[in-house]
Design a protein around this ligand. Sequence first.
Ligand code: FMN
Length: 170
Amino acid sequence: MSGVLVAYYTKNEHCTKIAHEIATKLHGRVDRITDYNRYKGTLGGFIGVLDAYFEKTTRIKYEMNPEDYTAVVIVSPVWAGNLPPAVRSYTNENIGKMKNYGFILSDDKPVRKKTIKRFCQQMPEALAEFSTLDQDIDQEIFQKYLEDFADRIRIIIEKEDYYGKNNTRL
Ligand SMILES: Cc1cc2nc3c(=O)[nH]c(=O)nc-3n(C[C@H](O)[C@H](O)[C@H](O)COP(=O)(O)O)c2cc1C
């Protein structure tokens, strides 16, 4: 087990950009979570709002096993103030297998405390988190938050992959 996995879900590709940027900073692998197009298009978006609101899960597909990585970063949009069903499914299936993890949220309105609370309930041992607005992704402020987030994950990686569990250099 070593390194960083960045698992992300997206409908409109903002999270794709975030996932690739954080993966570059952490030299991580990227894995896209897909939902067999259940939420494609305008009607799909409408169904997505309802499913997210009622905290539904959905059938998903992804490639990599989070168990193989020292740390996992989950990148997710906010849907109806909640987790998209695909991210709920992914965390239900995998959170117990993750040794260290953090999450990044992307939304189009300032994130509410209630929303953060819902994500934290699903990922209760997150070591780091932050949220960004769509329109900030190309701004300096986003890079600053992303770097702070990356630092917190780097500390774990350096401790566990480089020095090993007993703090002895491997
Ligand atoms: C079905 C759906 C529901 C959404 N609900 C919210 C919401 O409740 N609050 C919010 O701030 N943004 C909401 N958004 C906007 C997305 O969270 C935001 O645009 C996000 O960055 C999209 O990420 P993506 O481009 O990777 O899909 C919603 C978008 C969709 C498609």
